[in-house]
Design a protein around this ligand. Structure first.
Ligand SMILES: Cc1cc2nc3c(=O)[nH]c(=O)nc-3n(C[C@H](O)[C@H](O)[C@H](O)COP(=O)(O)OP(=O)(O)OC[C@H]3O[C@@H](n4cnc5c(N)ncnc54)[C@H](O)[C@@H]3O)c2cc1C
Length: 497
């Protein structure tokens, strides 16, 4: 029977970086993926002459050659940096509320403050103070938490201890009066899937800080090029990958991993498994019930499955400028009530905040010459889709997409007439392709209790580790980083014998 040092289940961001870290350390690694391409969310698909990006809107944590961010270092260590081409975006985002607000934030602290002070003169004094807190907090978090200061204490890191778990809305309310200003500053909440009233300030501050300081990036060739590069490097380092080959069972004996059986019925021996599948799938479906660690499962009883996404992928027969699209990242909103928006994610009612990303603005070569593409996305939970009978699924999906398009047309009139190719993905689509409960793209809801502070990549089952959104935070930077961390934990355990 074949034997491996580690079997990695799932080739999403966390699985790929984990597998590659282990292979680079000279370990014999088998990577199993149920889909036919690497990447999980980080993939693309082709319709007509367009290759559509599934997931990546703005890559965080990259930084420049001169001022590298943490993700640049991770990708450099993994040996894929030179194989990829990154495009820095000048602006964080544009927020448009038709007839009410239209503002662009440049990805630079002083410029953002100036823009906001001009548009919101009554809040002039408070605006710099808010950024001081975001920056002060983030510096403490980097020093104390990311660099693992052994002397971390309330006295040494007062902002971190005071505000890490404070709801972001409370901080915004403390600084500002104008709901428009609060809404536009907090708009990245949709990247985490938790409304400002329930999002720990620590999560918001470090994300906002990272996008401003290290800039948002676009990846030439989309996220599939990153997934392909990670896979190529893994294979070049002696790794073995099987696609269209999910893991069916983790064999456990006396509380210790012994092997993995694939859905094709082959069993391989191993003492270590790194699972990029969801924690729930791993414990409930990939092991015998008597082997599942009931205490660990009990700890997730109060956790809830996070949101998935509803996305319209559009290929246009013209360039972005012909449609009035000047920015890559456009948040379209018709409300400042983000709690209401969040509650709409659990219904099939029309959304009132959505993100319109046109990749060709940052990278004019992204689509075929003379054409362009955009993704119009709103997060959404799977629950309302579970209730749609199969025979009504397509009608429901296209009716819903039609409503979303009406929202987009309020900012970009006439785009509908230029759609050459269109595909629509619902939470059911993500459920089918990722195999995660609810098609969740960020793992569990990232409310304070399940934020990265309290999640673990280890398991009471000896030899079992997790990587990816379900074991920390969702999003590209955290999941790419998590695979490397979990792989290092496995290497450490192996070294102990
Ligand atoms: C529409 C959309 C927009 C997004 N926008 C952004 C963005 O702009 N910025 C950002 O940072 N993040 C964004 N995200 C989120 C980000 O893409 C994800 O959080 C991240 O990619 C998840 O990585 P992961 O490591 O958790 O693995 P996943 O991508 O969840 O992949 C898990 C893999 O495991 C495989 N698998 C599952 N079960 C098994 C099994 N039994 N056997 C073998 N394989 C298995 C699946 O097939 C899949 O390939 C977006 C996601 C989507 C869908």
């Amino acid at each position: 029977m074949a034997e491996y040092d580690v079997v990695v289940i799932g080739a999403g961001n966390g699985g790929l970086t984990g597998a590659l870290t282990l292979a680079k350390a000279g370990r014999k690694v088998l990577l199993l993926e149920r889909h036919n391409v690497p990447g999980g969310c980080a993939t693309s698909f082709v319709r007509g002459r367009f290759e559509f990006e599934v997931a990546l809107h703005q890559l965080s944590g990259m930084g420049s050659d001169e001022r590298p961010g943490p993700l640049r270092s991770v990708l450099g260590e993994l040996g894929v940096l030179d194989k990829l081409e990154f495009v820095e975006m000048e602006n964080l985002y544009r927020v448009v509320w038709p007839d009410t607000l239209d503002i662009i934030l440049h990805a630079e602290r002083a410029a953002i403050i100036e823009t906001l002070q001009q548009r919101f003169p009554k809040e002039k004094e408070a605006i710099p103070g808010f950024f001081e807190l975001v920056y002060g907090f983030s510096m403490e978090m980097i020093q104390g938490v990311f660099f693992r200061d052994p002397a971390i204490s309330k006295e040494k890191y007062p902002l971190f201890f005071k505000y890490a778990l404070t709801p972001t809305q409370k901080i915004l309310d403390g600084f500002f009066e104008d709901p428009l200003l609060k809404a536009l500053l907090g708009i990245y909440w949709s990247y985490l899937g938790v409304p400002p009233s329930r999002m720990p300030f620590g999560d918001f501050a470090i994300m906002f800080f990272a996008y401003i300081e290290f800039k948002p990036y676009h990846l030439k060739g989309g996220s599939q090029s990153l997934s392909n590069a990670l896979l190529d490097e893994f294979l070049m380092n002696g790794g073995e990958a099987r696609f269209n080959c999910g893991a069916q069972k983790i064999d456990i004996s006396n509380g210790r991993v012994k092997g993995v059986t694939t859905e094709h019925g082959d069993t391989v021996l191993t003492r270590y498994v790194l699972s990029n599948a969801s924690i729930l799938e791993t414990y409930l479906n990939l092991m015998d019930p008597e082997e599942a660690p009931h205490n660990a499962l009990e700890a997730y009883r109060s956790s809830t499955i996070g949101p998935s996404a509803f996305t319209i992928y559009m290929g246009f027969d013209c360039e972005p400028g012909d449609l009035g699209i000047q920015e890559t990242t456009n948040f379209i909103t018709t409300t400042t009530d983000m709690d209401k928006t969040f509650s709409l994610w659990k219904t099939l009612e029309q959304q009132d905040v959505a993100l319109f990303t046109c990749y060709d603005v940052a990278d004019p070569e992204f689509s075929p010459k003379g054409a362009s593409q955009a993704a119009f996305v709103s997060l959404q939970y799977a629950e309302p889709w579970y209730l749609v009978p199969p025979h009504q699924y397509y009608d429901t999906k296209y009716r819903y997409a039609d409503g979303m398009l009406k929202l987009a047309e309020r900012v970009f009139p006439g785009i509908r007439d230029h759609i050459e190719e269109m595909e629509v993905a619902t939470p059911m689509t993500h459920l089918r392709y990722l195999g995660h409960p609810g098609g969740a793209i960020y793992g569990f809801d990232q409310f304070a209790k399940d934020s990265a502070y309290f999640m673990t990549s280890t398991s009471p089952v000896q030899g079992l580790y997790f990587a990816g959104a379900w074991a920390g935070s969702g999003g590209f930077q955290p999941t790419l980083t998590s695979g490397r961390s979990s792989a290092r934990a496995i290497l450490k355990s192996m070294a102990k014998g």
